[in-house]
Design a protein around this ligand. Structure first.
Ligand SMILES: Nc1nc2c(c(=O)[nH]1)N[C@H]1C(S)=C(S)[C@@H](COP(=O)(O)OP(=O)(O)OC[C@H]3O[C@@H](n4cnc5c(=O)[nH]c(N)nc54)[C@H](O)[C@@H]3O)O[C@H]1N2
Ligand SMILES: Nc1nc2c(c(=O)[nH]1)N[C@H]1C(S)=C(S)[C@@H](COP(=O)(O)OP(=O)(O)OC[C@H]3O[C@@H](n4cnc5c(=O)[nH]c(N)nc54)[C@H](O)[C@@H]3O)O[C@H]1N2
Ligand code: SF4
Ligand code: SF4
Ligand SMILES: [Mo]
Length: 884
């Protein structure tokens, strides 16, 4: 608790936390002191001089920069102060394009507020010499405009852009010509701006304004894109989403957002939304009413045995919906054949971290990264895929944290890194083991932690001693010295965190990669403590929750294995449950090709584009007798369906999402769904009830959540009521439990309470040869999301075209005799696609990149799988590039 002190402001006594500024104290007590360049959360820098106040000894000080002192007396309103303020504001207005009626910021403009507070009139302005102002407008960005004529040079935008580490804008030119500008004064669209809109949110006047309509009301909810789970206020007008702003009170994002969360949510309003159930008849889809669709499905599904049925759950849907789909699959269809996109994503983390530590989730929290002395970011392109986490990493670096980046591509984050290791794709195991070897050689290991809290260290030590540095250097392409330096930095930092994503998991040795990372953390005691940990950045908004809810073929909700917990669930669900383990996602398609899976229920996934080797997925979908696709949009997959069911989007239903740091948060219905679209939980319950099943009599998601609490111990203390103000991080075992910011403080959740060193294998997958000499990495772009069902409906995003190309190093281009804009045929052992070339010096020679937003990239990837987790080799495939 901060000490409270007392100050007298304008004769009024107010109590305030020690360390606050006079302006903070005033604002907290609803006292207005004129100001323009101050915004809570940003550094005060006193540029506008408007918040001048007078102290009892007659000094003038800026209220934003001066800290309160006990007993201090301050005046904020006097003739002397207002005379100075009037001069400042008159000068500002004189340089400001004064067409207020037409300004989108009118009503919210702080210059307007200040000027009316001070009573500025024509006389004040008449005394001033007319100034020629630059009133050019930069209209290039699809989501906001920059009106130079309105800028008052307060610098808040520059500060906002600096905090997130982008620095796309700054003060430029001098004297009367000073303006806020991009590098070389280029249009924003052609600059390094990432369209996050942070500057727009802070601009006090109409110089940076959203192009969107203004909302008439707001609803608090959670961004539906990535696993960061930023809190947002959706702006609604009529029945449409027109805007979004970050929730300043949400601890995940503290009001910040990326371009998708701020500007890309109006896909919900698209006229392409599914509005009616559709049944295929003679190859044509026919609109039907819900009753008919539900009866049709119930009738068809009742004809299949458990092992002939499979369901694919959805990391875009809520916990409640995923819980119900797995319950339906297990209790009604008597099948454990349920899986979801985590199989293509963090399945190796689930397997490896469960085996080595006890649970597959992020061990620590997003905000702890800000205080971690060293961050190892490996196989994650954080600024593009988890942007708000990247903001926090960059903030940490600015405050002195060290950053190590390991990535074959020179990603944005490298600009902020202390050490950058550019390893050959697929060689993380030798690299991480190299770091461990160096740490052992330097005796930087945490002896006590290893002794007290782990097992298997001796065999790990032996394993490392059998590894030769020559071999490590040869495999990774990185020198002994560089690996050693990274190892020493990580191990000698008082706290060190690891974050990683698909560059680690999406390989046939993905599980080995995670074992290696886990060993690194255990060796140095960097787990089970605050500001440390091993943190898989989960991808989809609710992929953590889908796994928590048991949308997995071998586990019930709460990661309770089907072998050991069947009786408990049979009792709870009051029925006999299947004993056989289910099959994993890729096996569902393989078994469909073989005719073993005959009926498939796909909720919110688009496998015909997102699975590896999609030619065989197409074959599978064609072969399936009865296919249900439940989505918010028609998709490439739904073309193969027998029935398409229209679902509500995140903005049209209540429920919970669990973000990457295990934080369960409420999403709230904000608008009416289009046509007859229904929440996924409603649809599943209807089908189950029609099939005569009990246990689906839910009236609303809250009731489903209450059942989840009863069966998932780590959710038992969480309730909708508690979630209303803020999310809670599991495990949370009672109503009094505040939840867990980090795991394993008192012991690991393995049987003996100890974590285990596990020896990862060093084997590699496809390596380039003379027929397929290039390594193709597939991944993501900031501006698009997966198979683009959602982002393709957002007007404006198409202006950012970076996802449409095959990127390669210019040296490779020269060797092949291709120039930017030329086409090449990208050919792998599985298939071929044509693509336009773009040069990217960030890539290594011999390595090419394509985003998988690019339709059909997955005809190139291989379905060869990691034996331990079932993860296909989605990240890297060997290809030939043939100029066209
Ligand atoms: N804008 C946007 N954001 C998203 C998504 C999206 O589609 N669009 N999807 C969400 C989802 S579901 C997920 S899973 C996450 C994924 O988030 P990320 O994993 O960060 O994204 P990717 O683009 O798949 O690429 C990961 C990085 O791995 C690197 N890499 C490739 N091979 C290797 C290797 O062998 N070793 C190492 N060390 N690095 C390698 C690549 O160069 C790339 O920078 O993003 C989430 N966020
Ligand atoms: N080559 C290559 N392939 C990859 C990857 C890669 O890096 N490279 N990454 C893999 C990874 S990590 C992932 S996570 C997968 C993602 O693969 P998918 O999950 O198949 O991809 P999405 O495009 O996100 O599909 C989600 C679907 O859910 C729908 N949807 C959205 N909200 C709702 C809702 O509320 N209800 C319902 N019913 N539907 C909804 C959307 O319209 C969309 O059709 O792709 C994988 N494939
Ligand atoms: S939108 Fe974001 S990146 Fe672009 S200038 Fe503003 S703060 Fe910087
Ligand atoms: S970081 Fe992720 S959750 Fe946050 S606004 Fe961007 S897409 Fe949404
Ligand atoms: Mo993912």
């Amino acid at each position: 608790m901060k000490k409270k002190i007392e100050i007298i402001l304008d004769g009024q006594s107010i109590r305030v936390d020690e360390g606050k500024s006079i302006l903070d104290a005033a604002l907290e007590n609803n006292i207005y002191i004129p100001h323009l360049c101050f915004r809570p959360g940003l550094d005060a820098f006193g540029a506008c001089r408007l918040c001048l106040v007078e102290t009892s000894d007659g000094r003038l000080v800026t209220a934003c920069e001066t800290r309160v002192e006990d007993g201090m007396e301050v005046t904020s309103d006097s003739d002397r102060l207002n005379r100075i303020r009037k001069v400042i504001v008159s000068l500002l207005i004189n340089e400001h394009d004064g067409d207020c009626l037409k300004c989108p910021k009118s009503g919210e403009c702080k210059l307007e507020n200040v000027s009316s507070y001070l009573g500025i009139n024509a006389e004040n302005l008449a005394k001033l010499r007319e100034l020629k102002i630059d009133n050019s407008i930069d209209d290039s960005n699809p989501f906001f405009l920059k009106d130079n004529g309105k800028c008052i040079l307060c610098g808040l935008c520059v500060q906002s852009c600096d905090i997130i580490g982008v620095n796309a804008i700054d003060f430029a030119f001098r004297g009367a010509k000073t303006k806020i500008s991009t590098f070389m004064d280029k249009p924003l669209l052609d600059s390094s701006c990432v369209s996050c809109g942070e500057c727009v949110e802070t601009c006090p006047v109409g110089a940076l304004v959203k192009k969107s309509e203004k909302p008439s009301r707001e609803v608090k909810t959670v961004c539906p894109y990535c696993g960061v789970g930023c809190g947002i206020y959706l702006g609604i007008r009529g029945n449409r989403i027109v805007s979004a702003r970050g929730d300043p009170k949400n601890p995940v994002n503290n009001g910040r957002l990326c371009v998708k969360g701020r500007f890309a949510l109006n896909f919900v309003n698209s006229i392409e939304r599914l509005e009616k159930p559709l049944i295929k008849e003679d190859g044509e889809f026919k609109e039907v009413e819900w009753d008919e669709a539900i009866s049709f499905i119930a009738d068809k599904l009742s004809k299949y045995n458990g092992d002939e049925f499979a369901a694919i759950a959805s990391a875009k849907c809520t916990n409640e919906e995923n819980y119900l789909l797995q319950k339906f699959t297990r209790t009604v269809m008597k099948s454990n054949n349920i899986d979801h996109c985590a199989r293509l994503c963090h399945a190796p983390s689930l397997v490896a971290l469960k085996e080595s530590l006890g649970s597959g989730a992020m061990t620590n929290s997003i905000n702890e990264l800000k205080k971690s002395a060293c961050i190892l970011a490996i196989g994650t392109n954080t600024t593009e895929t988890h942007p708000v986490i990247a903001y926090k990493i960059i903030e940490a670096v600015k405050n002195g944290s060290k950053l190590i980046v390991v990535n074959p591509t020179r990603i944005e984050l490298v600009r902020h890194a202390d050490i950058y290791l550019r390893n050959k794709p697929g060689t993380d195991v030798p690299l991480i083991l190299g770091m461990c070897k160096a740490i052992l050689e330097e005796d930087l290991i945490d002896h006590e932690f290893i002794k007290e809290r782990t097992e298997g260290f001796e065999s790990f030590r032996e394993y490392l001693s059998g590894l030769e540095w020559d071999e490590i250097e040869l495999l990774t392409g990185i020198s002994h010295d560089d690996i050693r330096e990274a190892g020493i930095l990580y191990a000698s930092s008082p706290t060190a965190s690891i974050i990683y994503a698909m560059g680690i998991t999406q390989h046939v040795n993905g599980t080995d990669n995670v074992f290696a990372l886990s060993n690194l953390a255990l060796l140095t005691g960097n787990v089970g403590r605050v500001n440390t940990g091993i943190n898989p950045l989960r991808g989809q908004n609710n992929v953590q929750g889908s796994s928590d809810m048991g949308a997995l073929p071998d586990m019930y909700p709460g990661y309770q294995s089907i072998d050991n917990h069947r009786e408990k669930f049979e009792k709870k669900w009051n029925c006999k449950l299947p004993t056989e383990k289910g099959i994993i996602l890729p096996e569902i398609f393989e078994n469909a090709c073989k005719g073993k899976i005959k009926a498939l229920y796909i909720m919110g996934e688009n496998p015909i584009l997102s699975e590896p080797d999609i030619k065989s997925v197409e074959e599978a979908l064609k072969n399936i007798e009865f296919l249900i696709v439940q989505d918010i949009f028609p998709s490439e997959t739904s073309k193969f369906a027998d029935v398409i069911l229209p679902a509500c989007s995140f903005a049209e239903k209540d429920g919970t999402f669990t973000n990457t740091e295990r934080r369960v948060q409420l999403i709230r219905s904000a608008i009416r769904p289009p046509g007859d679209a229904k929440p996924d939980w409603w649809i599943i319950s209807k089908i189950a009830k029609k099939m005569g099943a009990a246990g689906f009599e839910f009236e609303n998601p809250r009731e489903i959540f209450n059942e989840i609490r009863e069966v998932v111990p780590s959710y038992s203390g969480i309730s909708y009521k508690r979630l209303e103000s803020e999310g809670i991080q599991w495990p949370c075992r009672s109503e009094e439990d505040p939840g867990s910011t980090f795991l394993y403080k008192d012991g690991f959740t393995r049987e003996n309470g100890r974590a285990k060193f596990i020896l990862p294998s060093l084997k590699l997958f496809e390596t380039p040869d003379k027929d397929y000499p290039f390594m193709l990495i597939t991944g993501r772009s900031l501006y698009q999301y997966h198979t683009r069902t959602m982002t393709s409906k957002v007007r404006g995003l198409e202006k950012f075209k970076d996802w449409k190309f095959l990127e390669m190093n210019p040296v490779d281009g020269e060797r092949l005799g291709v120039r930017e804009g030329d086409f090449v045929l990208v050919k792998s052992r599985r298939g071929a696609v044509k693509a336009k070339v773009k040069f990217n010096e960030a890539l290594m020679e011999g390595v090419a990149f394509m985003s998988f937003h690019f339709a059909l990239v997955n005809c190139l990837t291989s379905s060869v799988r990691d034996p331990l987790s079932g993860m296909p080799a989605l990240k890297v495939s060997c290809v030939d590039l043939i100029p066209q």
